[in-house]
Design a protein around this ligand. Structure first.
Ligand code: ADP
Ligand code: MG
Length: 381
């Protein structure tokens, strides 16, 4: 603006005209539309997300999810409802069903794990009295050790060198019981898929995303579910610490932008490690704390909706940047009087101010278009 005021004035002696031109230049070159264009679109996008029950914790979460290439999912509580029902009770010789269930319920009496809740419920329904154990130790990813009774998965019993009968191939999650020397029996429980899981996985695959399932559950149960949902890959029998390590492996392999979806305490490190952590709203507080995005309706179908929303937002941002640059790119040379000598075009400060206001209004209106974008993927209201 100073140059515009000085140089042609000195050359032509027409001070009044060129000072006015310098003023127009100042008004036009103020990058207010540029400054507005990005945050406004993010606010509109984040606002729309919260209306659709997808909470983005800021613009960077939204920016990252738009380029996601792989989606890693926890099984229990994320793909499935996380509510188990007892299917079969298989006591070892010399143990009755009631005794087995009573022992299991005693072990699980203080645990908040979904498995524990199902066993307590089954004991309650069958009128089995549940005692409180004197000493309980919850071994995360394995099970429970209460008053010398072990209650958990194969890995737990194997750690104590207990001989376990071969898996009878039954589909389900086994909860095995033993004292520290002898196998006492098993309880087979099962969980069901959330109603929207199937369509959500199909939508994610249609987007070309790699689908990976991680679970602490046993291999046969995990394989059955991965086959049923046609997942690209899965890992089973993981300890809570393993999930973050697997995400790190995927990242080291060069898979860029990995989203992890989970609900449990054991998912929290993986949610933090992933490029985008997505927590299920009905999950644990730790998971929601570690995540970048929270799905308030707790369904996987909100993931494709979140991706679609972030893509729409990023598109609006690009359009806004175009318009902001466009106004300035056209306006600045015009305001500086670059076309005056050639074509006789000039801009008065008033028109310059109007053009600037118009550029801001353009980006605001464009950002507001996000409010009317319909998310095809959001299955349920
Ligand atoms: P996930 O949520 O992926 O299933 P968890 O770490 O919560 O992973 O559990 C992994 C496995 O550890 C369970 O599938 C189960 O076999 C065993 N387990 C964990 N907690 C308990 C418990 N309270 N009672 C019985 N088994 C348990
Ligand atoms: Mg879980």
């Amino acid at each position: 603006a100073v140059l515009t005021a000085l140089i042609p004035s000195v050359v032509t002696g027409n001070w009044g005209y060129w000072v006015k031109t310098a003023l127009t230049f100042l008004v036009i070159s103020c990058p207010c539309a540029l400054v507005l264009s990005v945050p406004l679109a993010f606010f509109a996008g984040i606002g729309l997300g919260s209306k659709k029950n997808v909470l983005f914790k800021g613009g960077s979460a939204m920016e990252a999810i738009c380029n996601v290439k792989a989606i890693v999912m926890d099984k229990t509580g994320t793909l499935t409802r996380g509510v188990f029902t007892v299917q079969r009770i298989l006591p070892a010789d010399g143990v009755s069903e009631t005794e087995l269930l009573a022992m299991a319920a005693k072990c699980e009496s203080a645990s908040t794990h979904p498995i524990a809740q199902s066993i307590r419920a089954a004991a309650g329904e069958r009128g089995v009295k549940t005692e409180r154990p004197e000493s309980v130790q919850e071994l995360s990813g394995l099970g429970i050790d209460a008053d010398g009774i072990l209650c958990g998965n194969r890995k737990l019993l194997e750690q104590y060198g207990i001989a376990i009968p071969a898996d009878d191939g039954a589909f389900g999650t086994e909860v095995l019981l033993a004292d520290h020397s002898r196998y006492l029996g098993s309880i087979v429980i099962s969980d069901e898929l959330k109603p929207e899981t199937r369509t959500a996985i199909a939508a994610l695959k249609a987007e070309g995303l790699k689908t990976v399932m991680l679970t602490g559950d046993n291999l046969p149960a995990a394989r059955a579910m991965a086959d049923e949902l046609h997942l690209a890959s899965f890992r089973a029998e993981l300890l809570p610490g393993d999930k973050a390590g697997i995400i790190r492996e995927l990242q080291a392999d060069g898979t860029k932008v990995i989203a992890m979806v989970g609900d449990g305490i054991n998912d929290a490190p993986a949610l933090a490690q992933a490029d985008v952590g997505i927590a299920i709203g009905s999950g644990t507080d730790v998971a929601m704390e570690s995540a970048d995005v929270v799905l308030m309706q707790s369904g996987l179908d909100e993931v494709p909706a979140a991706i679609e929303l972030s893509r729409a937002t990023m598109r609006i941002i690009r359009e806004n940047l175009f318009w902001a640059f466009f106004y300035n790119a056209v306006g600045i040379p015009l305001a500086a009087g670059a076309f005056y000598a050639l074509l006789g075009w000039r801009l008065s400060p008033v028109v310059g101010a109007a053009a600037m206001a118009a550029s801001s209004v353009t980006v605001v209106l464009n950002a507001l278009r996000l409010r009317n974008i319909r998310l095809h993927r959001a299955g349920r209201k």
